[in-house]
Design a protein around this ligand. Structure first.
Ligand SMILES: C[S@@+](CC[C@H](N)C(=O)[O-])C[C@H]1O[C@@H](n2cnc3c(N)ncnc32)[C@H](O)[C@@H]1O
Length: 294
């Protein structure tokens, strides 16, 4: 019998909704903002030297929350410089959210936004076919490499688009996070297909080492309050469970024994810390900054 479990990515609205709940219940964006505040200024110190224009490429920019914070830091570092900020984002819904957010944000006068409604591989094919291989001072891929077909080829392609002194920032779950543990154990039982790959920073570092690329990694401690996942029939809890398993309607479609074991594990110390009766899943992230080759 074929399993009724489907990848969460196959229902884009549900994906966006469960991602929003994940953000509301985790310190995901807070830990990124802290990294942007404390580490980004020195990381971007080589991207705009003596340039009148800085080119930034956001791959999988989502609704732009983090992108706009990055842009604010670039503006402070390079006052008055024109910034071209291109965004590759396949979701029309996310692009609309991004545009609305940008429209409500002040001080963006020196930034020219261009949105490309396509995946990273569509961008690669299109620009190669056009012979339009624009170079970028800063490229970032934040929490999106799970969704590309060939991670190694994607990293290598975007790395070739860096200007001299440019930087490629990759953020994704840490190899020491509960995500890595969860995917290792349950990945084979979840609807893994070509829409989502269970990768962590440890896999990316292996790819970078094999490609001989120079990089530096930073730990971003984070957690996610998953207590609602244990409240029977709680809609938000169900959406968060979908996000954790990357499965659409996990509660309704997963076999009972799988659901039982996974729910028990999620309460286990190896996955979550119990603080005052609430369960905090280890959502630690890693930021990897890859140098340009020249
Ligand atoms: C988890 S969200 C991260 C959004 C944003 N970077 C953030 O951290 O808030 C992943 C984003 O990648 C986008 N995405 C999915 N597959 C993609 C692909 N193949 N190429 C580019 N973006 C993709 C999704 O639409 C989604 O907006």
């Amino acid at each position: 019998m074929t399993s009724p479990m489907r990848s969460l990515l196959s229902d884009h609205s549900r994906y966006v909704e469960s991602f929003r709940l994940f953000l509301e219940n985790s310190t995901e964006h807070q830990c990124m903002l802290e990294f942007i505040e404390k580490k980004l200024p020195s990381i971007i110190s080589s991207i705009g030297n003596e340039k009148s224009t800085i080119n930034i490429l956001s791959v999988g920019g989502g609704a732009g929350e983090i992108d706009l914070q990055i842009l604010a830091k670039v503006q402070v570092k390079y006052p008055g410089v024109i910034i071209h900020n291109d965004v590759i984002e396949p979701s029309a819904e996310q692009i609309t959210n991004y545009k609305e957010r940008a429209a409500k944000t002040s001080n963006l006068e020196n930034i020219k936004f261009t949105w490309h409604k396509e995946t990273s591989s569509e961008y690669e094919s299109r620009t190669k076919a056009n012979g339009d291989m624009k170079k970028w001072g800063f490229i970032h891929m934040i929490q999106m490499l799970y969704y590309v077909k060939d991670i190694s080829a994607t990293i290598r392609f975007f790395h070739t688009l860096l200007e001299p002194g440019g930087k490629l920032l990759i953020i994704l779950v840490s190899g020491t996070s509960s995500w890595a543990r969860l995917w290792k154990k349950y990945g084979p039982h979840l609807p893994l297909n070509d829409l989502c790959l269970y990768v962590s920073s440890a896999d990316i570092e292996e790819i970078l080492d094999a490609a001989g690329l120079k990089y530096q990694s930073y730990d971003l401690p984070s957690n996610m309050d998953i207590t609602d996942c244990f409240a029977e029939g709680n809609k938000n809890g169900e959406l968060m469970l979908d996000f954790l398993t990357e499965t659409c309607n996990f509660s309704q479609t997963a076999p009972l024994d799988l659901r039982k074991e996974l729910m028990e594990d999620l309460k286990n110390l190896q996955y979550s810390e119990n603080i005052g009766g609430r369960y905090f899943f280890n959502n630690n992230l890693s930021a990897i900054v890859v140098e340009s080759s020249i």
